[in-house]
Design a protein around this ligand. Structure first.
Ligand code: PBG
Length: 328
């Protein structure tokens, strides 16, 4: 035998030396759920160990993340029921929870990159990412609201806006409104290849944002989010978002879509983020609680696999924990 591959696996030292991908805290972005109130830290039932924070407690959380080397957060808000409507009115309130959350984080940690979720579902009485009329999620009127929402996040101080709605033409509308108002340095991270996935359930619990079960309300998001069967379409969506002005593109969810991550990596020259979503978090928690999987080993293996597939960074509910595991 002239070539023995096992030589390069003899011990940890040689394995470390030839390792192709290594996770660091720079690879992680932490999604954060925010609620109104004071001193509120609520665990999400379907996401054990993950919490919603009120603004006062959010400060401590982001400081902890920063001290672990995590340099970016992705903000989501749980909107009070009485503020929801079919037009996203509260979404563009300059003093809304999201706008205050952005200021809170930038005030205490100006270097923390703050990205904001731009989508109507947390603000929608029907739990959809757009305005609904006659059983349809309207595209262009929704894009108008989304663009205004993006601008209001930029005014509040967001570094990047992150549209997660999958309406057509929203990136161009956002880039235009940001440019017209002088926010030339505010970036756009587009959820460009976002699939109509069954893995978002726990997130919808966290924000109480699931589509409502009612007459003339679509039961799912399949008319705007992508069909999990499609691969070429992900490249089409992503290239269009880049043309329209996206600085960073995204594939979501993570693990089931790593072929898409690699396709996109091979086709574009902008950074790619991957969102390891709530259902992926919940699966690992549930199985490891039962003693069926080794929690930390599985977390690190999945995150490594996402990076190996081509992610430049990963939005993950394990951000803090994985950074702690790396530090050990
Ligand atoms: C909605 C949005 C969703 C997620 C991020 N933004 C859910 C959905 O599309 O219904 C899911 C994230 C997760 O599951 O962790 N705009």
């Amino acid at each position: 035998m002239l070539r023995r591959n096992r030589r390069l696996r003899t011990n940890d030292s040689i394995r470390s030396l030839v390792r192709e991908n290594q996770l660091t805290p720079n690879d992680f972005q932490a999604p954060l759920f925010i609620v109104e109130g004071k001193g509120v830290k609520q665990e999400i039932a379907s996401m054990p160990g993950y919490f919603r924070y009120s603004l006062d407690l959010l400060k401590k959380e982001v400081q902890e993340l920063w001290s672990l080397g995590i340099k970016s957060v992705l903000l989501f808000v749980k909107v009070e029921e009485n503020l929801k409507d079919n037009k996203g009115t509260e979404a563009i309130n300059p003093d809304g929870l999201m706008q205050r959350a952005v200021k809170t984080v930038k005030d205490i940690l100006p270097e923390m990159i703050v990205m904001t979720d731009v989508a109507m579902d947390p603000y929608s009485e029907f739990g959809h990412d757009g305005i609904i009329e006659k059983g349809q999620v309207l595209n262009d009127p929704s894009v108008e609201v989304l663009a205004k929402m993006a601008l209001s996040h930029a005014v509040a101080g967001a570094d990047f806006v992150a549209p997660s709605d999958m309406m057509d033409g929203r990136i161009l509308a956002m880039r235009n409104i940001l440019e017209e108002n002088g926010y030339t340095n505010t970036g756009i991270m587009s959820y460009s290849a976002k699939y109509a996935s069954a893995f978002y359930g726990p997130f919808r619990d966290a924000l109480d944002s699931a589509p409502v079960d009612a007459k003339d309300i679509p039961k799912d998001k399949k008319t705007y989010q992508m069909d999990p069967s499609n691969r070429d379409e992900a490249i089409k969506e992503t290239l269009m978002d880049i043309e329209e002005g996206a600085d960073i593109v995204m594939v979501k969810p993570g693990l089931c879509y790593l072929d898409i991550v690699r396709d996109i990596k091979n086709n574009v020259n902008v950074p790619i983020s991957v969102y390891q979503v709530s259902g992926e978090y919940a699966m690992i928690k549930a199985a490891s609680e039962r003693g069926w999987l080794d929690h930390d080993a599985v977390v690190m293996e999945q995150l490594t696999a996402i990076k190996r597939a081509g992610a430049d960074f990963i939005a993950t509910y394990f951000a803090k924990h994985a950074a702690q595991v790396i530090q050990k």
